[in-house]
Design a protein. Structure first.
Lengths: 335, 164
């Protein structure tokens, strides 16, 4: 086990990649073909994900998910891929949490269809329904995603931190303090992160890392400085480092301006899923996606608009060592 | 009898301005949200929620900061549905003054906005309407869109405006 000094030294030289040195080991095991020292991110797209009536096609979404996971894991059969994810995540016969994002309200929240597709595949891989827990801040956020509250322990459960409560102990990391949801600390052995891609009025981007604001009691305490270093600090807490194993980012619908709430005049449909374990890399790529769209419609980039997502570089720095934001060290696969 | 008449006049002299004052207070605290059916086709589908500035983050997260900086005093919100189909949310921000309402309204404006006759200034998009009236800023957003959505939103907006 490396000392903290050795770990940070490795991070400073770029030799440390999330997954390679963390307790996860998921990316290294999942894909032996990953180029050395590169963080892998898969973007899977389907331009026909929404039908002519504008409705999301759940069958096509299932296919998209299977394609994305197969590409990421190198395992063609979904059941094999998901069994591997569960085993390598240390969640065999344990509770797997699916952390959604319903803060933006109806219209710009994690799609229930995606959540159900993941839950279905987990069950096909042998996970009992009672070991799947869909969660978010509260009931309202879950309902915004199109989900129904269910606390029956024999079924797939779906409830928020308003039910579980938060730990009494305040934990500290850097300048940040937090009380964590008991769903994260006591229920889940592993969490699959399901953020939705949005512009954010303060942080610039809200996606993989900022979705963790929904796991603490007072996220408003982490918004200063454009959510920097709040986002990075939060993701550096041990419980998040250890339990958030995989991100399946919902870029089916997104808002490119005026976020994080629902702004129909700034809504667009990238029709994509963005998958990876390195949340820093994912957010860096998400930033590029948002900026590209903004430029296309005649808006300033986030940096020119005075809202660059500074937290991404902070998360990648030697102190936080949460992942990679250098495009030369990210292996982006688009399918 | 004369004393009684004088007494009654005195009471009236006191009560009438007080009543007007009370009426004035009622108008200030008037509920901006039209009841179900008050605007044709529109049904109020949720209770009204109120957020003080310190709690506004619970509703709109980081979006709350710009409202706080612009001087929001209180935020109230309610859900509506048009003809049983178009789900909509109405947000009413009470600012400390008209300048704050103007700041927020104009900050969110895009080139697609159409000016509409609502309050002191109104903007309409395909699925939303926003306007300011005095120190109030109103945002009405529909989650679905149809050919009748813009007209329906304007009708609801007028219904809210009439209560401000």
């Amino acid at each position: 086990m490396k000392s903290r000094r050795e770990f940070l030294k490795g991070a400073a030289t770029g030799a440390v990649i999330l997954g390679a040195e963390s307790s996860l080991g998921l990316s290294r095991t999942l894909d032996q073909q990953t180029e050395k020292d590169k963080a892998k991110v898969v973007i899977a797209r389907d331009p026909a994900l929404h039908g002519p009536d504008g409705k999301l096609d759940e069958y096509r979404l299932g296919d998209l998910l299977d394609r994305a996971i197969a590409t990421y894991t190198g395992r063609k059969r979904p059941v094999d891929a998901w069994r591997h994810i569960v085993l390598e995540g240390g969640a065999k016969d344990k509770v797997i949490g699916l952390k959604t994002n319903g803060l933006g309200g109806k219209g710009i929240s994690t799609h229930a269809v995606l959540v159900f597709a993941i839950a279905e595949r987990l069950q096909q891989a042998g996970v009992k329904p009672s070991n799947i827990l869909i969660w978010d801040r509260n009931a309202r956020d879950l309902q915004a995603c199109g989900l129904t509250i269910n606390t029956d322990p024999k079924q797939i459960r779906c409830f928020g931190s308003d039910v579980s409560g938060f730990e009494d102990v305040v934990e500290n990391w850097g300048s940040s303090h937090a009380r964590f949801s008991r769903i994260l600390t006591r229920e889940c052995a592993m969490v699959i992160n399901l953020p939705i891609l949005k512009d954010h009025s303060m942080s610039g981007v809200t996606f993989a890392m900022k979705n963790m604001y929904g796991v603490v009691e007072r996220p408003q305490d982490l918004h200063a400085g454009g959510c920097n270093p709040g986002v990075a600090d939060l993701n550096a807490f041990p419980v998040i480092r250890q339990k958030i194993k995989l991100t399946i980012g919902d870029a089916i619908t997104s808002v490119y301006e005026g976020g994080p709430g629902f702004r129909p005049e700034h809504l667009w449909q990238p029709n994509a899923l963005i998958i990876g374990e390195d949340r820093v890399s994912i957010d860096h790529i998400a930033w590029g996606i948002l900026d590209k769209k903004r430029t296309e419609v005649g808006l300033k980039t986030l940096e020119a608009a005075g809202r660059p997502p500074l937290y991404i570089a902070t998360a990648a720095d030697a102190t936080h060592a949460l992942g990679v934001n250098d495009p030369q060290r990210i292996k982006l696969i688009e399918v | 009898m004369k004393r009684l008449n004088l007494f009654l006049v005195g009471v009236l002299v006191i009560l009438l301005p007080a009543t007007a004052g009370v009426s004035g207070c009622k108008k200030k605290d008037a509920n901006p949200f039209p009841a179900s059916g008050a605007v044709m086709g529109w049904e109020k589908t949720s209770e009204t929620r109120t957020f003080e500035p310190k709690d506004l983050w619970q509703y709109i997260d980081g979006g709350s900061e710009q409202f706080i900086q612009a001087g929001v005093v209180s935020t109230t919100t309610s859900d509506y549905k048009y003809q049983g189909q178009i789900e909509t949310v109405v947000d009413v921000y009470t600012m400390s003054g008209p300048d704050g309402a103007q700041t927020i309204l104009e900050r969110g404006q895009t080139k697609d906005a159409q000016n509409v006759s609502l309050g002191d200034e109104g903007l309409q998009y395909a699925q939303s309407v926003s306007f300011r009236k005095g120190r109030y800023l109103v945002s009405i957003v529909a989650y679905q869109s149809s050919a009748s959505t813009p007209q329906a939103l304007m009708a609801l907006a007028h219904g809210v405006e009439a209560n401000l």
